[in-house]
Design a protein around this ligand. Structure first.
Ligand code: HEM
Length: 142
């Protein structure tokens, strides 16, 4: 798509438009604070070191705030969460709660609504990826 006339919400990497790497860092920090602060989500997280989790997710966050039209090439999110889905019954409602915390974190740090909408749209397809059983599931369960 030719992007000569750059309308609001369509120009360049989200990273710049959201306010740069410092803002993203703060969003992610606040997001984890909210996740770990919720008794409903703690059972999925209590045995995970937050720094370890953040490190693991950093490629995903870079992609999320990166240039448009780049497919996510990281590890399957289904496989990454298969244990908590199968062994701890991580549910679509739990997922939605996490997404709400991410949205709230951006909002509380002053990200513009249009950008929040764009980020949340980018995240949308992952819900199906999480909860749709795959032929690769069984071999990864061990
Ligand atoms: C990794 C929990 C939501 C993306 C992980 C891991 C846990 C976890 C425990 C570590 C898995 C492992 O190393 O074995 C949760 C919980 C969530 C949540 C409790 C509650 C809402 C999400 C969402 C996304 C996401 C909404 C993205 C759409 C990732 C990614 C990794 C990860 C990219 C790293 C995968 C890798 O190893 O490369 N998560 N997750 N998570 N999660 Fe989540």
């Amino acid at each position: 798509i030719k992007n000569g006339a750059q309308g609001p919400g369509t120009a360049g990497p989200l990273l710049q438009r959201v306010g740069g790497p410092d803002v993203v860092r703060k969003v992610v920090e606040l997001f984890y604070k909210k996740l770990y602060g919720d008794p409903r989500l703690v059972p999925f997280l209590h045995d995970q070191d937050v720094m370890h989790l953040r490190a693991k997710q950093s490629a995903f966050i870079s992609w999320l705030f990166g240039p448009p039209n780049v497919p996510y090439n990281g590890r399957s999110v289904r496989i990454a969460h298969l244990r908590i889905i199968k062994q701890r019954n991580f549910s679509p409602d739990d997922y939605d709660l996490g997404m709400k915390y991410f949205e709230d974190s951006m909002s509380e740090l002053g990200a513009p609504e249009s950008i929040i909408g764009e980020v949340m749209r980018r995240l949308k397809p992952f819900k199906d990826a999480f909860f749709t059983p795959s032929s690769k599931d069984p071999e990864e369960e061990a």
